[in-house]
Design a protein around this ligand. Structure first.
Ligand code: ATP
Ligand code: MG
Length: 503
């Protein structure tokens, strides 16, 4: 019997003394050391009475032990459920209750506040701190450093991952062993990861990007990671010489470009820079190439599906596109109303099907039925098109579509024009209530460093290139756009803020 995910990602390294994690303080953890800790944690959790299939909800700082807890859960057949470190205790209570977690692992600092919650729900509570201390580790240290891997089938759940909550309340996506494994294998091939790779890892590990994309790909390739607690520009610049590759959200790249210590020389030895989780501005792509000679490889994915598309490793990495459907992933563009396939080049909803697509939302049968078709296609909630060369373009989210006077307006189209203005760094276009049109277009601009956007000029640029019904009713300037921890622009906050503007 086997545990496909554990065997392939972790088990194969069980006796390897090769480096796995290079830590910020200069220490190195080998694959074997790492897996010994994971086995101890698995023993500790099983000893407290956890059974295969039980959920383990964790809200802890990023650390090697936190990553080992993921491995331990996979090895013990427990469902790993990492939660955003920014969530308050109130928010956590919802997730703990919603997931029916049997064990909650938290930082010592939230223990007291969480105890009444876990008690009332009948869940166990243990601690794991950023420095690797805590009750879970205390217990684990006394345990054998080998663990008999629990058998699992392809279709068994490996993780529950809550979505980022950009468009509403986070949903728990049920991910199987095969979902995670198939995507890791595909990405290793597609992005040419090998055991020589050292990935600069500064992403959080409660989200699919840092946890599954970055970590699973590195594990499957047998490579290593410079494993940093967070994105700290000074540290990134110091550690980049050790790395061969980096995965980041677009803000990582804009922050690197904003620092004159980031030079062509510093990046010259790197093999690959990958971006995702939010749209990378074409301008960032170009600036990055001008400085470093590297073309950032942009890909597109989500909690429910892992990765769906990617720009190619060899061949054209096109700015402003997310590349091609990955091998084994089918992607189609359909009419949001009828669900019918749209002709090539037209904008519609993006649907995907493949071994990467999740099993459904935990305890949300209606939502699952509405978004996961019986034929296996998942309606992503994103709008996009496929161009004549087969590249997928993301136009925005279905929920951000503006319907004004009966016309559909895609914010991205207007944002692209606004972003092109020299005095505009970036923009967000949202729909706000309007007495005559139902909704109308509002453009929010962020100034290019030290400049003041010329609103008349920006408006004229829009008038010159877009039909009248798409023209913003008004343009406003903000210091910065509201973003969540993954660097995603929170348009719901903008809509709320300006909802009374015209009504
Ligand atoms: P929620 O579903 O709770 O509203 P969310 O969709 O932001 O939150 P995630 O699963 O973390 O939660 O994010 C997936 C979404 O991120 C995608 O549906 C897409 O909108 C966006 N995204 C990911 N990569 C890219 C990219 N390269 N370009 C544009 N958008 C991207
Ligand atoms: Mg989503």
């Amino acid at each position: 019997m086997t545990n496909p995910l554990y065997d392939r990602l972790f088990g194969i390294h069980a006796s390897s003394t090769t480096p796995f994690l290079y830590l910020q303080d200069g220490k190195t953890l080998t694959h074997m050391d790492f897996l010994a800790v994971a086995a101890q944690m698995a023993n500790a959790m099983v000893q407290t009475g956890l059974m295969p299939g039980d959920r383990v909800a964790v809200q802890i700082q990023k650390s090697p032990e936190a990553l080992a807890l993921y491995a331990a859960c996979v090895q013990a057949g427990l469902v790993f459920l990492p939660l955003n470190t920014a969530y308050t205790v109130d928010e956590l209570s919802y997730f703990i209750q919603n997931s029916g977690a049997s064990l909650v692992v938290c930082d010592e600092r939230s223990e007291e506040e969480l105890l009444p919650v876990t008690r009332s729900l009948g869940a166990k509570l243990q601690t794991l701190n950023a420095d690797g201390s805590g009750t879970l580790m205390d217990q684990a240290h006394g345990m054998p450093n080998a663990f008999v891997t629990v058998d699992r089938k392809d279709d068994d759940l490996a993780a529950f991952l809550y979505t980022s909550g950009t468009t509403g309340r986070s949903k728990g996506a049920m991910l199987t062993q095969a979902n995670l494994l198939s995507n890791a294998e595909t990405l290793v091939d597609y992005w040419r990861f090998t055991d020589k790779d050292v990935l600069l890892h500064a992403l959080p590990i409660f989200h699919t990007h840092g946890l599954f994309v970055a970590t699973n790909v590195t594990l499957a390739a047998g490579g290593s990671m410079v494993f940093l607690p967070k994105f700290d520009l000074d540290v990134i610049l110091e550690k980049m010489p050790l790395a061969t590759s980096m995965m980041g959200v677009p803000t990582f790249y804009t922050r690197l470009l904003g620092d004159n210590r980031f030079t062509h020389d510093l990046a010259s030895h790197m093999r690959l820079f990958i971006s995702g989780s939010a749209p990378l501005l074409a301008e960032t792509h170009t600036q990055f190439e001008n400085l470093t000679g590297h073309r950032i490889l942009e890909r597109y994915g989500m909690t429910e599906t892992n990765m769906n598309t990617s720009n190619p490793y060899d061949g054209g990495r096109r700015a402003g596109t997310v590349g091609f459907p990955l091998p084994g992933v089918e992607l189609k563009i359909t009419d949001p109303e009828s669900g019918d396939l749209l002709p090539a080049g037209e904008v519609g909803q993006i649907e995907v099907r493949g071994p990467n697509v999740f099993k459904g939302y935990w305890q949300m049968p209606e939502k699952t039925a509405a978004e996961l078709r019986e034929d296996g296609f998942f309606i992503t909630g994103d709008l996009g098109k496929i161009d004549e060369d087969g590249y997928v373009h993301i136009v925005g989210r279905n929920k951000d579509l503006i319907i004004s006077g009966g016309y559909n307006i895609y914010p991205k189209e207007i944002e692209l024009v606004l972003d092109e203005q020299d005095d505009v760094l970036e923009s967000a276009v949202v729909g706000v209530p309007h007495p005559d049109f139902g909704e109308t277009v509002l453009g929010i601009l962020v100034a290019e460093n030290g400049q003041t956007p010329d609103l008349d000029k920006a408006m004229n640029a829009v008038r010159d290139s877009l039909a009248r019904f798409k023209h913003p009713q008004k343009l406003v300037v903000l210091d910065e756009l509201p973003r969540n921890t993954m660097g995603k622009v929170q348009k719901n906050i903008l809509r709320e803020r300006y909802q009374g503007m015209f009504s």
